[in-house]
Write a protein that binds this ligand. Structure first.
Ligand SMILES: [Zn+2]
Length: 134
């Protein structure tokens, strides 16, 4: 697949709301200006979780298969040559934004994370831009 470079510099570098993730969002906005990866398949290539001591960013992404119906996920696994998963529940969530908000609230209410600031975001796989949801 050919990658293309598309300039998307129509953003306001100031970030509204609280400043918890302003540095990350500003860096992301600059990154998205020359985002070279639009058109890639929306698949988690690294399966990576990044944890720090002070802030947690819970990040969903656009074009996520986990926003489809359970039967579509079972069919996708089958079509990819995988096992019969029909007795497995993927916990797919068609309302991705509501799921992010609920997960953020769960983390924020944890007695083990009282010093951690938590935010919910959606990464746009077409633009490289992070959008704050919570
Ligand atoms: Zn996904």
């Amino acid at each position: 697949m050919a990658w293309s470079v598309t300039a998307r510099c129509d953003y306001d570098p100031s970030v509204p709301g609280d400043e918890t993730f302003a540095d990350v969002l500003a860096a992301n906005a600059a990154y998205a200006c020359s985002f070279p990866h639009n058109g890639l398949e929306a698949r988690a290539a690294q399966g990576l979780a990044v944890l720090t001591c002070e802030r947690v960013m819970l990040i969903a992404h656009t074009d996520c298969r986990m926003t489809r119906r359970e039967d579509e996920l079972h069919a996708a696994v089958r079509d990819a040559g995988g096992p019969d998963t029909r007795d497995f529940v993927f916990l797919a969530a068609e309302d991705q934004e509501a799921t992010v908000r609920a997960d953020v609230e769960l983390l924020r209410s944890s007695p083990y994370l009282t010093r951690v600031r938590v935010g919910g975001f959606r990464y746009d796989v077409e633009t490289g831009r992070l959008n704050e949801l919570t």
